[in-house]
Design a protein around this ligand. Structure first.
Ligand code: HEC
Length: 190
């Protein structure tokens, strides 16, 4: 039987090879990470943070941001290497594929200021002049003055919608920022 001329043998070889590789590369690893529990020290998201996560999904923030730190020198500034347990409570996990902007897996630790995030969300150029990230002004309300119980977003004068206008965050802006602040890696191996 000649392997080069017998089409049955060729087809069987390719078919079995395909099945073996599928089990080794996809099915096996998927089975091995079933039933993982979150790392000790990880906490559940609050209702506000969960709402923020839904907005993050709806806005497609993940098209420009990963939440997955690789074991590579260039990923060091983003945090420790991601492990499967980081995603145990994630449905769906927001690993992302493209990094037009920085990885956000640990952004709550790197940038813990709510005010900074609100200014950045309203218009990234107000804090990072060279930023190509779009602004999300529809998560904010514009007022002539601050109403009781509201907190103004301290925008530089040139970034206000009109001179002297006051910009305040909506509940959605607060939720999105609460979600960003909740993105903190917990140490592995405690
Ligand atoms: C078109 C691509 C793009 C989209 C869409 C996008 N971003 Fe960004 N983002 C960037 C870039 C580029 C930067 C780096 C410059 C800067 O800080 O603005 C960035 C920076 C950030 C930072 C600061 C990270 C750090 O380490 O300092 C946060 C937080 C952030 N983005 C959140 C969001 C959220 C939330 C959304 C969705 C509402 C979003 N981004 C959508 C491109 C994007």
């Amino acid at each position: 039987m000649n392997f080069h001329t017998n089409h049955r043998l060729l087809l069987a070889f390719a078919g079995i090879g395909y099945l073996v590789l599928t089990v080794l590369i996809a099915v096996g690893p998927a089975i091995s990470v079933q039933g993982l529990s979150p790392l000790p020290g990880a906490r559940e998201r609050t209702a506000l943070e969960e709402r923020g996560r839904q907005l993050y999904l709806a806005e497609g923030c993940g098209f420009c941001h990963t939440q997955f730190v690789r074991d590579l020198p260039m990923d060091k500034p983003y945090g420790r290497q991601s492990v499967a347990e980081d995603y145990a409570a994630e449905d769906p996990p927001l690993l992302g594929t493209q990094r037009t902007g920085p990885d956000l897996a640990n952004v709550g630790t790197r940038q813990p200021s709510e005010t900074w995030h609100l200014i950045h969300l309203y218009n990234p150029r107000a804090v990072v002049p060279q930023s190509v990230m779009p602004g999300y002004p529809w998560y904010f309300a514009v007022r002539e003055r601050v109403e009781p119980g509201e907190t103004e977003v301290p925008l530089p004068e040139s970034f206000r919608p009109s001179p002297g206008a006051v910009v305040v965050p909506t509940e959605d802006a607060r939720a999105l920022v609460a979600y960003l602040l909740s993105l903190r890696q917990v140490p592995v191996g405690l």
